[in-house]
Design a binder for this molecule. Sequence first.
Ligand code: AMP
Ligand code: TRP
Length: 329
Amino acid sequence: MSNKPRVFSGIQPSGEPHLGNYVGAIRNWVDDQERYDNFFCVVDQHAITVPYDPQQLRSSVRQLAAVLIACGIDPERSVLFVQSHVPEHTELAWLLTCSTPLGWLQRMTQFKDKSTGQGESVGSGLLTYPTLMAADILLYQAAIVPVGDDQKQHVELARDIAGRFNNLYGESFVVPEPVIRQVGARVMGLDDPTRKMSKSEDGQFHAVGLLDEPKMIQKKFSRAVTDSQTDIVFDPERPGVTNLLTIYQALSGETSEVIEARFAGKGYGDLKKNLAELVIETLAPIRQRYEELTADPSTLDELLAAGVERARPIAESTMDHVRQVMGLR
Ligand code: AMP
Ligand code: TRP
């Protein structure tokens, strides 16, 4: 057993992983890999809360797992696995659902956003999704949950769910803490900088995929929506240019002052060109490792099977305890 603090985080295989995922989550997981005892999960059971194609899901799970490794998640140092391979996730989710008030779930802004206009035909999984997410985290007794800004509310709910369970049945779960980096916690769409970059947006120029070809990356940045002003500065009133500068800052690690000085007197064209180059440079080794890794599908299968082997005993031990205290054994 490691004595490092335990981390759990998840990512949905619901479409191509994008630059927002990388900047807001994956790169932080990679950077802090040494400091923590890490569990990273491809959450396929979350991806089925909205309409989806089974064939597509199967291949997206594999693609995403390979992308995570290509980004630098080391399957030796971190436990990398697929959610549905550990059945305890759904078991605990149900048990937690039974002590979670409806109001807590209805309050979630993501549920409100995603269910708008669907009336009562909205899938009930979209409502109870945060209890599955709480189960993911609590099963492993994780103390730290590194996520992008959009998941903060769900991690806070997981805290409340853990606290309530501990009150009802006695100390059972570590109460987890969300960890959100300041720079890049919310990358916006290139086609509309007022909307979060997301896998479910359609527009061809909305998101930069982590496996996009360099030409495509250049094209996407060259079309990025900015504004009619000229100076290149971080300014919350100007979401387009600020989003581009934020991506630049996250990937270069430079301060905002240094970046503003670099682009002083230059035009948006220069910023877009330089940023596209930086993104291409960052993603090139990831694409290459991805190609190498997926050349032989059995390697990935073995890595994922080894991940489950390491995850499952911990999940089982938590469930043994939970079943006992809930009177189910
Ligand atoms: P998802 O794609 O919703 O499964 O998200 C996986 C991780 O990426 C979560 O930690 C999200 O908070 C993070 N993330 C998703 N979209 C963005 C974005 N546009 N900017 C920053 N982080 C994001
Ligand atoms: N709901 C998260 C998202 O859409 C993914 C997720 C599922 C997750 N389970 C998790 C993130 C547990 C952190 C911890 O991004």
